[in-house]
Design a protein around this ligand. Structure first.
Ligand SMILES: [Zn+2]
Length: 547
C-alpha cells in the first residue's frame, strides 16, 4: 500500500452511530484527507493504518456525525460570554460574585455590560441597585435579564441617564420604584432604552472576538455546523472577517434578517447581501422571517384566542408580525431566487401561515431545493402535521423547551385551551407524519448543549429536575431519532449534503463522546460530555487524554 492510501486517523473499538438512512452502526472508521475513507469493522479500518496514522482506541465510546444547530445566535451568545455572563449562574450572590470578578479583571472597561440573570432569583423579579453599588460604585453597570425584557442597573448608570424619582415612565416601559418614587435599579422594557442608549456601541472587533469565543464553545459541545438565525450587516462582517483569515472552522449558514417594517423592496438588498456573503465556510443563503412572537407574552399568533387565566376566552389571538399576504408574496419571491426561507413560527396560526407561504412558493416555482424550515413550532394544529412532508418544509425543533417547568405551568398553560395546550412540541407526531425533523438551540435564549437538548427530546423532562413528570409523554422520540435530527437532519437544513452522516466519501465532521450514549446504565444523556470534535478530519476541540 502506498502512503497516499494510508489513513490520517483511525478510530477503532467504538460504537459508531452513522446516522445513515439504514440506521447502520459500525465499530471503526478511517479518515484520509479530510474525508471518511472507511466505516465498518476494526479489521477494515486497521488495514489503512500506516506509519504516520493516528490511532484512537474508542473503548466502546460513541462516535456520531458532528452536531448541527439549525437555529442559534452565536454573536449574541458570544458577546454575553465575553462580557459579564450570568446565564449559567443561579441566585443573587452568584451573580454578584461574577460581576465583582469581571469588574476586577476588566479595570479599563468603561461600562460593565453582560447579563442573563433570572427574574425568579429576586423578590418580585426586582433586583436592586444597592447590591451592584457595593461591588461597582464608580462605573455604570447595565445587565439585561435572560429574556431581555428587564435590566438591572447600578446607581451610577441611573445618574448618567438622569433617572431620578421625578423621571416619568417612558411610553412603552416602566422604572421600578420604591414607595417614595426612588428608582430601585430595575428597568422594564422601554425604560431600558434610557440607559442602553448610553452604552458604548458594539464594535466590529468586539463582535469578531465574540464569534471566536462562540465557535470555541460550540465546538466543545460537538457542534460542527450551524445556522445563524439573525444576520445583520455587522454580524456578516464578523463572519467574513473570520472566514477570510481562515479562523472560521465551523460551517455556517447565515439567515439574513427580513426587516418586517419594510416590504418586498428589500429583496434586492438581500440578493446583494448574499452575493457578498460567501467566503470560506460561511454562506449567507437563508432569509429569516419572524412571523410571530412568543406565547409567554401572548404575541404568538394563535388559531384560538388566548384565555384570561381563569378559563375565559379573550379577544387576543396574538400578533402577525408580517401580514400573511405579504408573507406569501415574499416567500414566493425569495424561494424563486434560491433563498432558503427560515421562519420563526411559534404559534399554531403562525405555523399555518408559514406553511401556506411555502405552498404558494411550490405552486409558483415548482419543487425548488430551498428547504424551507419553521423554527420553534411550539403549537401545531393536527391538520398541519402532514403538510410538512407534503410541502417539503422542515420542522426545526428546540427540544429543550418541551418540559413542564415554570414558564410552561405559569405563563403558558393557563392561557391556552386544553386542546391547544396538548398540541405543543409534537415531535413524535411530526416524525409519524413523515417530516424530516431538524434541531437547534436558540442559544443564547437557552443552552446550546445538544446532549441536554436531546435528553429532553427523549424524556420530555427538564435535566434540571429529572424527577418531574414528563410533558406530553406521547411526543417523546427515540435517542436515535433525536441524534438523526441533530446530525443528518440539521446538515440537510444547512444544505450540507456532504456532511451529517458517517459514510465513505463524506466530510470527516464527527464527535467522540465520553461514553456509550445508548447505554442507559451510563447515566442521563445530558450528562455525557464531548471528548473531541473534528471538522474535515481536523480536531477543532479535544479534551485531554483522548488517546
Ligand atoms: Zn432565535
Amino acid at each position: 500500500m502506498s502512503n497516499a492510501e494510508h489513513a490520517d486517523l483511525v478510530l477503532t473499538g467504538g460504537r459508531i452511530f452513522t446516522a445513515d438512512g439504514a440506521g447502520s452502526w459500525a465499530r471503526a472508521m478511517a479518515v484520509r484527507s479530510g474525508r471518511i475513507a472507511a466505516v465498518g469493522t476494526d479489521a477494515a479500518a486497521k488495514a489503512l493504518v500506516g506509519p504516520s496514522t493516528r490511532v484512537i482506541d474508542l473503548r466502546g465510546r460513541t462516535v456520531t456525525p458532528g452536531f448541527g444547530d439549525s437555529h442559534v445566535h452565536p454573536t449574541h451568545g458570544g458577546l454575553a460570554r465575553t462580557r459579564c455572563e450570568l446565564h449559567d449562574a443561579r441566585g443573587k450572590e452568584a451573580y454578584l460574585e461574577i460581576v465583582a470578578a469581571y469588574a476586577a479583571s476588566h479595570p479599563d472597561v468603561a461600562w460593565i455590560q453582560g447579563g442573563g440573570w433570572s427574574l425568579a432569583d429576586f423578590p418580585g423579579g426586582l433586583p436592586r441597585r444597592e447590591d451592584l453599588d457595593r461591588i461597582v460604585g464608580d462605573r455604570p453597570v447595565y445587565l439585561p435579564n435572560r429574556d431581555g425584557h428587564d435590566a438591572w442597573v447600578n446607581t451610577r448608570a441611573l445618574e448618567l441617564a438622569g433617572i431620578t424619582a421625578n423621571t416619568l415612565d417612558p411610553a412603552h416601559g416602566r422604572i421600578a420604584r420604591d414607595p417614595d418614587g426612588t428608582p430601585m435599579g430595575t428597568l422594564h422594557e422601554g425604560a431600558m432604552d434610557l440607559v442602553e442608549r448610553l452604552v458604548p456601541p458594539t464594535t466590529p472587533e468586539d463582535l469578531r472576538a465574540a464569534l471566536l469565543e462562540s465557535q470555541r464553545y460550540l465546538h466543545s459541545l460537538g457542534i460542527t455546523n450551524w445556522q445563524d438565525a439573525s444576520i445583520t450587516p455587522i454580524d456578516q462582517g464578523a463572519y467574513l472577517s473570520l472566514a477570510g483569515s481562515g479562523e472560521l472552522t465551523a460551517r455556517v449558514v447565515g439567515a439574513l434578517w427580513w426587516d418586517r417594517e419594510r416590504g418586498l423592496e428589500q429583496i434586492d438588498e438581500l440578493v446583494e447581501w448574499r452575493a457578498n456573503g460567501r467566503l470560506g465556510r460561511y454562506n449567507a443563503t437563508s432569509v429569516k422571517l419572524m412571523v410571530d412572537g412568543i406565547i409567554e407574552n401572548q404575541t404568538a399568533s394563535m388559531l384560538d384566542p388566548y384565555l384570561d387565566g381563569h378559563g375565559h376566552s379573550t379577544t387576543n389571538w396574538g400578533l402577525d408580525f408580517i401580514d400573511p399576504e405579504l408573507l406569501r408574496h415574499a416567500v414566493v419571491r425569495i424561494d424563486a431566487l434560491g433563498f432558503q426561507p427560515h421562519f420563526h413560527a411559534l404559534g399554531d396560526r403562525a405555523v399555518r401561515q408559514a406553511l401556506d407561504a411555502v405552498k404558494a412558493a411550490r405552486l409558483a416555482n415548482g419543487w425548488t431545493d430551498t428547504r424551507p424550515h419553521l423554527a420553534h413550532i411550539q403549537a401545531i394544529h393536527p391538520d398541519d402535521l402532514p403538510r410538512f412532508r407534503r410541502l417539503g418544509a422542515l420542522p426545526n425543533a428546540q427540544p429543550l423547551w418541551a418540559v413542564e417547568e415554570d414558564q410552561m405551568s405559569e405563563l403558558t398553560l393557563p392561557f391556552l385551551s386544553a386542546e391547544t395546550a396538548s398540541h405543543q412540541y409534537p415531535f413524535r407526531s411530526l416524525i409519524r407524519h413523515g417530516a424530516t425533523l431538524v434541531m437547534g438551540s436558540d442559544w443564547s435564549v437557552s443552552t446550546p448543549d445538544p446532549l441536554l437538548e436531546m435528553e429532553v427530546a427523549v424524556t420530555r423532562v427538564s435535566p434540571e429536575s429529572r424527577d418531574h413528570a414528563p410533558f406530553l409523554p406521547d411526543e417523546r422520540i427515540a435517542l436515535a431519532e433525536a441524534l438523526r435530527a441533530f446530525t443528518a437532519g440539521s446538515a440537510h437544513a444547512q444544505h450540507l449534503d456532504e456532511a451529517g452522516t458517517l459514510e465513505p466519501g463524506k466530510l470527516a465532521d464527527f464527535v467522540i463522546l465520553d461514553r456509550d450514549l445508548f447505554d442507559e446504565a451510563e447515566g442521563p444523556i445530558g450528562d455525557a460530555r464531548v471528548l473531541a470534535t473534528f471538522v474535515d478530519g481536523e480536531a477543532v476541540y479535544e479534551a485531554p487524554g483522548l488517546d
